[in-house]
Design a protein around this ligand. Structure first.
Ligand SMILES: [Cu+2]
Length: 226
C-alpha cells in the first residue's frame, strides 16, 4: 500500500506543471475589429492641373478583401458623371484606369464606399472621398513686342499654355527669361527681327520675369503661370 501511495504522489507532482505551468506564452490577440482606412490617394486631394492621362489609386492601411473593391465601391466621377474604367490591385493599392482620357478642366471626385472591407470583413467607418481637377485645354497666348516694350507687359496663363512673342516693332529685340539684365536660362529667343516670333510652353506654375537682352532695364515683362 505504501508504495502505491508514493507512486500516486509522484504522479501528481509530475502532472502539476501541465496543470499550472506554461501559461506565460500569451501574445494571442483578439479578432480584427478595426475598420480599414484609405491612407494614400493619388492624385492628391485638391490637386490641380492633373494630366488627363492619369490613373487614380487608393492605398489602404491594411489588406483588403479585393472582391469588395469593385465598380460599385470604388468610383471616379467627372462633374457628377461616372467615368468608365477598370480596377486593378497590387498589395493594398487599388488603381482605377480610365477607359480613355479624362475630361479637361473638370473636377473629378474619387469615392470608396463602406462596401469595401478588409480581409476580416470590417467595413470602412465612412465613405472616403477625394477630388482633383484636370488640366485645361492648352492655349497659345500672344505677346506683342514693340519699340521698346512688351504688350501686355504682364500675363497670366495656365500650366501647359504657350506664350508666343512676335516682334511688331522695327528694332531688334529678344524675349529672355530672368530678372533684367540677368538671364536665368529657362527660355531665351534669338534676336528677333521685325515680324519674327518665338514661342515657349510653360509646364510649371510660377512667376516668370523676362526682359529684352537688347534693351535690358528698359523692356521687361512677367508671365504668371497658374
Ligand atoms: Cu528690345
Amino acid at each position: 500500500m505504501k508504495s502505491s501511495i508514493k507512486f500516486f504522489l509522484l504522479g501528481l507532482i509530475g502532472i502539476l506543471p501541465l496543470l499550472f505551468g506554461c501559461g506565460g506564452g500569451g501574445g494571442e490577440s483578439g479578432p480584427d475589429t478595426t475598420p480599414p482606412v484609405v491612407s494614400i490617394v493619388s492624385p492628391a486631394n485638391g490637386a490641380t492641373n492633373v494630366p488627363t492621362t492619369s490613373t487614380v489609386s487608393v492605398t489602404f492601411n491594411e489588406a483588403m478583401n479585393s472582391s469588395t473593391i469593385n465598380a460599385t465601391t470604388f468610383t471616379v466621377t467627372a462633374g457628377g458623371t461616372p467615368v468608365a474604367g477598370a480596377i486593378s490591385s497590387s498589395g493594398t493599392t487599388y488603381t482605377f484606369t480610365p477607359s480613355g482620357s479624362l475630361a479637361t478642366d473638370t473636377l473629378h471626385t474619387v469615392t470608396v464606399t463602406t462596401g469595401a472591407t478588409d480581409v476580416a470583413g470590417n467595413a470602412m467607418a465612412a465613405n472616403f472621398t477625394s477630388s482633383f481637377t484636370t488640366v485645361s485645354v492648352p492655349v497659345t497666348v500672344d505677346v506683342s513686342i514693340g519699340d521698346n516694350f512688351f504688350t501686355p507687359q504682364s500675363i497670366t496663363i495656365k500650366v501647359g499654355d504657350t506664350v508666343r512673342w512676335t516682334n511688331n516693332g522695327a528694332a531688334l529685340h529678344t524675349t529672355t527669361s530672368g530678372t533684367s539684365p540677368t538671364a536665368n536660362g529657362i527660355w531665351g529667343s534669338a534676336i528677333l527681327a521685325s515680324g519674327e516670333s518665338f514661342s515657349f510652353t510653360f509646364t510649371q506654375a510660377g512667376i516668370f520675369p523676362y526682359f529684352c537682352s537688347v534693351h535690358p532695364g528698359i523692356m521687361t515683362g512677367t508671365v504668371t503661370v497658374q
